[in-house]
Design a protein around this ligand. Structure first.
Ligand SMILES: Cc1cc2nc3c(=O)[nH]c(=O)nc-3n(C[C@H](O)[C@H](O)[C@H](O)COP(=O)(O)O)c2cc1C
Length: 210
């Protein structure tokens, strides 16, 4: 880490195996466009969901996955660091170097449970644990329906610790016409919470006025 300014533009993004892969891919695109250095963590189940929902097949090898993603998004490779699930030497594994912000999008109820209980059995869980202990900003874009009492308890536990629980539940009040519009809704709300400027979706009470 060379300066605070640089640290402000660093973020950890974890893709877990919940439905909603397009949210994660679009969020990555906008974080890179906002010139963030992104540490990307992809679970095995997330790779399965990506192939199913986004027709994107990613290798478990980090370098190969990075190459596929940068081609898919047509972005520069320098800002994107894809980490392996047991890459304990990654900066995100330690409070001394980890970005202070992390988003899990989409977030499975399995990852939710692991984070709520400090399991830290893979790099994504460890990275979230680090953000919690360092009192950073953690956003979980949880996706399941319906929620069990256990899911709700885990969300409440984390919410009381300052974690933002942001269910993947796009609104319909701005009359979305396409799936892209629905994806943009969620990504826009996430970017808002991260304080990153976006114009993806009209703002209620402002942009609707004729
Ligand atoms: C296509 C597909 C869709 C899934 N959707 C969900 C989901 O919406 N929510 C969820 O909690 N788990 C979902 N799962 C199950 C998780 O992937 C599974 O529990 C996995 O162990 C989560 O591990 P991870 O959190 O390490 O990625 C889905 C799995 C697949 C293959």
């Amino acid at each position: 880490m060379t300066s605070n300014v640089k640290n402000n533009r660093r973020i950890t993004l974890a893709w877990s195996g919940a439905s909603g892969a397009p949210y994660g891919v679009r969020l990555l695109k906008y974080l890179l466009a906002a010139e963030y250095e992104v540490f990307l963590l992809i679970s095995s189940a997330a790779r399965m969901v990506l192939a199913t929902e986004h027709a994107l097949t990613l290798s478990s090898d980090s370098d190969t996955a990075k190459e596929t993603l940068t081609k898919h998004l047509n972005v520069s490779t320098k800002q994107l660091i894809v980490c392996g699930k047991e890459d304990w030497l990654s900066p995100v594994a330690s409070g001394s170097a980890a970005p202070r912000r992390m988003v899990v999008c989409p977030c499975s109820t399995g990852s939710l449970a692991a984070i709520a209980n400090g399991i830290s059995d893979n790099l994504a869980e460890r990275a979230a644990d680090v953000v919690l202990k360092e009192r950073g900003q953690l956003l979980l874009v949880v996706r399941e329906t319906p929620f069990s009492t256990l899911h709700l308890e885990n969300m409440l536990k984390l919410s009381t610790m300052g974690v933002t629980i942001m269910p993947a539940a796009p609104g319909f009040y701005y009359q979305p016409q396409t799936i892209d519009d629905l994806v943009n809704f969620m990504v826009a709300r996430i970017l808002d919470h991260l304080g990153i400027e976006q114009k993806l979706v009209p703002r209620w009470g402002y942009d609707q006025r004729k």
